[in-house]
Ligand binder design. Sequence first.
Ligand SMILES: Nc1ncnc2c1ncn2[C@@H]1O[C@H](COP(=O)(O)OP(=O)(O)OP(=O)(O)O)[C@@H](O)[C@H]1O
Ligand SMILES: [Mg+2]
Ligand SMILES: [Mg+2]
Length: 302
Amino acid sequence: MKIAILSRNRRLYSTRRLVEAAEARGHSVRVVDVLRCYMNIRPGHPEIWYRGRRLEGFDAVIPRIGASVTFYGAAVVRQFEMMGVYCVNESLAITRARDKLRALQLLARRNIGMPATGFAHSPDDTAGVMRLVGGAPMVIKLIEGTQGQGVVLAETDAAASSVIEAFRGLEAYFLVQEFVAEAAGADIRCFVVGDKVVAAMRRVARPGEFRANLHRGASAEPVRISEQERRTALRAARAIGLNIAGVDMLRTARGPMVLEVNASPGLEGIEAASGVDVADRIIAFVERHARPRRAPARGGRG
Ligand SMILES: Nc1ncnc2c1ncn2[C@@H]1O[C@H](COP(=O)(O)OP(=O)(O)OP(=O)(O)O)[C@@H](O)[C@H]1O
Ligand SMILES: [Mg+2]
Ligand SMILES: [Mg+2]
């Protein structure tokens, strides 16, 4: 097969591993900088151009779309879809995942466990939405944050109000969420490929920190997930429409609580912690689904 990996940087660990895995399985692979793809939105003949040439003949695309390029990246993936090229994660699902509010709404519809979460527009409703999630301590979270940036713990109602006021002043959209103290600074990342959780890790925040992001200095360890956690991760990925997903959840006495579903989950931490060749599993999935050319779409069209 001829596979395109949409990535801004071929030196990133995840990109390198996908290239290695694809080549090891005998495929031809090209890393394509998503921001250098330009599109001809032509009736009947949609095209993507790259450095002065048409991109042609790809059997599959593996999107690795960073948080800062969601809009343009999703448009490029959509254009590949219009050209009939199989994209392992669809543009629609990528945009759903990137918006934590929209993603949680979709998960809630499927009755998937999550921390109490609220969203409000008016400053007049700050007290109301804070009451909905049970009051302080609370987490205030930017809707498009990543790597733990824009995830704030407010220990008192007064602190929460000032954070909310500050975010409003910046015209940033944010969620108000129950702080799940019993997770004790740890979360579980389940790496989903198709209908399997191929790897999982437990991330533990460094002392004095509640966010268990590796970018925030957390450590990762292998973990055995329960059947309920496995099922929850698969249902969450499916609710968003993603074939490849990193599902973050908290372990609680009330069962797993999903925080978010990531559409371009990193490979470095999870491969190191779990010892699983996740890149190989992704390429194997692509092999099984890229042919025939028009593989069934999960999330619907448009
Ligand atoms: N409601 C909560 N209660 C307790 N801890 C939380 C809560 N929300 C987030 N956290 C902690 O903060 C971390 C970051 O939150 P979240 O996963 O929502 O943000 P992110 O920045 O998108 O992360 P990623 O880099 O994984 O995409 C979580 O992994 C978890 O450890
Ligand atoms: Mg995230
Ligand atoms: Mg996360």
